[in-house]
Ligand binder design. Structure first.
Ligand SMILES: [Zn+2]
Length: 274
């Protein structure tokens, strides 16, 4: 990994997170794994919208400062826990996206199979138990979900996304917040209509084609109306289905019903025109 490019990528990711309102003031932190034992991370206590490449810190996998003038991110322990348990992860983005964090503060996960892109790319976003920020407890709260998922809500706190490279993790954070906004809107409009199980299977089967390695299935398991996959890990939050106002998508009128309806309306209109 080219360290200069990694520094530039973190600066740009921080600027975009801040401009999109996914972090405010000194919130959030970003890291890249430079090599087996070196992590490049954002400094503590500065706005990540205004970073410069030389402000970043390099630490070892135990969090000891190797290069840099500033104090490394206060959430470094969480980043290190992720790298230790997931050798495939090369970058971590932590932010406080307001809508997704609203779910996390309300004790709700973003599980459930309601949006094809989320099912395909992430398979759902679990809610990790609360841990005090900057302590090992926060990293440990991710452990039950870490083997199967790439995006997580942190109870009463925010969100974390991991990736094969920084932009993979960064765009997962954008998608996570986008999905939270979509789900909130759907619930204001009467509740999401879950995808039928066979549609969920089709999306999961597409993952290799898109280079998606995540093994997550809907964590709602038997409780998810669309996904009957076995529950891979314990979750602190359970999926809360909201009864759809118009019934599930699976029971929408058939093509025959619609054809018959159109025929009947046409007949009546023609009758009136006589
Ligand atoms: Zn945070």
């Amino acid at each position: 990994m080219n360290e200069l490019q990694a520094r530039r990528d973190i600066v740009e990711s921080g600027r975009r997170l801040w401009l999109r309102g996914l972090i405010a003031a000194g919130e959030g932190n970003i890291s890249i794994r430079l090599s087996e034992n070196e992590i490049l991370t954002t400094p503590s206590g500065v706005c990540k919208g205004f970073l410069t490449p030389e402000m970043l810190c390099v630490t070892d996998l135990d969090g000891r400062l190797v290069r840099g003038e500033q104090k490394p991110s206060s959430e470094l322990l969480m980043h290190l826990t992720i790298y230790k348990h997931r050798p495939d992860v090369r970058a971590v983005v932590h932010a406080h996206p307001p809508t997704a964090t609203g779910f996390a503060v309300a004790g709700l996960s973003l599980e459930g199979c309601a949006h094809p892109e989320i099912v395909l790319l992430m398979g759902g976003i679990p809610l990790a138990a609360y841990g005090t920020p900057s302590t090992q407890e926060l990293g440990d709260s991710l452990l039950p979900h870490l083997p199967t998922h790439d995006a997580f809500l942190l109870a009463n706190h925010g969100a974390v996304c991991v990736g094969k490279h920084l932009w993979d993790a960064h765009f997962k954070m954008e998608s996570l917040e986008q999905y939270a906004r979509i789900l909130l809107t759907a619930r204001l409009l009467g509740g999401e209509r879950p995808l039928p199980p066979e549609r969920v299977r089709e999306l999961e089967a597409l993952r290799p084609k898109f280079g998606v390695t995540v093994s997550a299935h809907c964590i709602g398991g038997e409780e998810c109306p669309s996904c009957n996959a076995p529950r891979p890990t314990a979750s602190v939050a359970k999926f809360h289905p909201v009864a759809p106002r118009n019934g599930p998508a699976a029971s929408a009128p058939s093509e025959e019903d619609i054809t018959a309806l159109v025929r009947e309306v046409t007949r009546r209109v023609l009758e009136r025109m006589k």
